[in-house]
Design a protein around this ligand. Structure first.
Ligand code: PMP
Length: 352
């Protein structure tokens, strides 16, 4: 079954094989060496010198870890869809003081409103979803970063779960305090590890915030990483080994820029096709580079389409939540080739 959903994604056979290697201990020099290499390559992709730590858990664990470890005063959640809203739910679950600024499904973060909220001086943490997987909208971080850089006391958490590895996110240039992501999207691995880069300001804040969680405590995680490149609890060792292997592939075999370019080609191809036969859900300037949401202007029976595609060996993605039958999504991320994407799209055409 080929997964054309916006994550989890197809994982290359060599990677799957690599994951079946015999285990090593989590308190060994080998595991520290693996973590060092992982950090080195993640820093190259993120274009940062900040420490990069892992957390055994899905992407949500990094969302929760960063929120519960960093908010001292109040957090503003800037949401454009289901995953932005999740930050709000997490903040509530931890009884944090939180405001949600919701721009609506299909919209992007409006810089003017963003600036007004930051100007209020109410917040010491904000969250921004870079790529909202539920709608296929990518926020414009270059523009937003010009605003948040004017408020150096506010820590900026960016969720790049479904874009990291498929889109250039230069952490230092953008001034991102926590860039968080997960393995199962554009990085092309199975789910199970979340990744976070931590700025100087974050490291300082970690010392100032009361501990609200044991497992998710960033202070605890960073302390051990700093000590000997290990983790407080047993990490997902097989997946760490695969991450190490895949990052080497991205940095030294495919090449970081080539990977971003390939994602752009896949996105452009999908968009052109969508515009020819349907309509893009996103305003094109904000269309995602890793998942395209298409308005079902032909009123196709998407359940039937999904069943037909399944018979051909493809997993299809409906729209998200209330947009389930009005839109559909095509994931084009990780190690997907243009050839495979074209084949999938041909199959969709045959089914209507
Ligand atoms: N944020 C975004 C943008 C996502 O796409 C997802 C997963 N679809 C999540 C958060 C949640 O990640 P996970 O399912 O790995 O916990």
């Amino acid at each position: 079954m080929k997964l054309f959903i916006p994550g989890p994604v197809d994982v290359r056979k060599d990677l799957l094989k690599y994951m079946s290697k015999p285990l090593i201990g989590h308190r060994t020099r080998e595991i520290s060496d693996i973590q060092k290499r992982i950090q080195k390559n993640l820093r190259k992709i993120m274009k940062t010198n900040n420490p990069v730590v892992l957390l055994t858990g899905s992407g949500t664990s990094a969302m929760e870890s960063s929120l519960c470890s960093l908010v001292k005063k109040k957090v503003a959640v800037f949401s454009i869809g289901a995953f932005g809203n999740r930050f709000y739910d997490i903040a509530k679950a931890h009884s944090l003081d939180v405001d949600k600024v919701f721009f609506g499904f299909g919209n992007h973060i409006e810089p003017k409103i963003f600036k007004e909220k930051l100007q209020s001086g109410l917040y010491d943490v904000i969250t921004v979803t870079h790529n909202e997987t539920s709608t296929g909208i990518m926020n414009d971080l270059k523009t937003l970063s010009k605003i948040w850089k004017q408020y150096p006391d506010v820590l900026v958490i960016v969720d790049s779960i479904s874009s990291f590895g498929g889109f250039d996110l230069p952490v230092d240039d953008l001034g991102i305090d926590v860039l968080l992501t997960a393995t199962q999207k554009s990085l092309g691995l199975p789910p199970g590890i979340a990744i976070m880069s931590l700025s100087e300001k974050v490291l300082k804040r970690l010392e100032e915030v009361e501990e609200r969680s044991y497992y998710l405590s960033l202070r605890r995680i960073y302390k051990k990483h700093k000590e000997n490149y290990q983790y407080p609890t047993t990490p997902n060792i097989s997946l760490m080994m695969a991450l190490d292997y895949q990052l080497d592939y991205i940095v030294n075999k495919e090449g970081i820029d080539n990977r971003f370019k390939r994602h752009k080609i896949l996105a452009n191809y999908t968009r052109e096709w969508a515009k020819k036969h349907f309509k893009l859900f996103a305003e094109e300037k904000y269309a995602s580079q890793t998942v395209t949401t298409i308005v079902n202007t032909k009123n196709l029976d998407l359940d039937k389409l999904s069943v037909n595609l399944k018979k051909k060996g493809y997993l299809f993605a409906h729209g998200y939540g209330p947009m389930k039958n009005k839109t559909f999504r095509i994931g084009h991320m990780a190690d997907r080739t243009l050839k495979d994407l074209k084949k999938y799209i041909k199959e969709i055409e045959k089914s209507w």
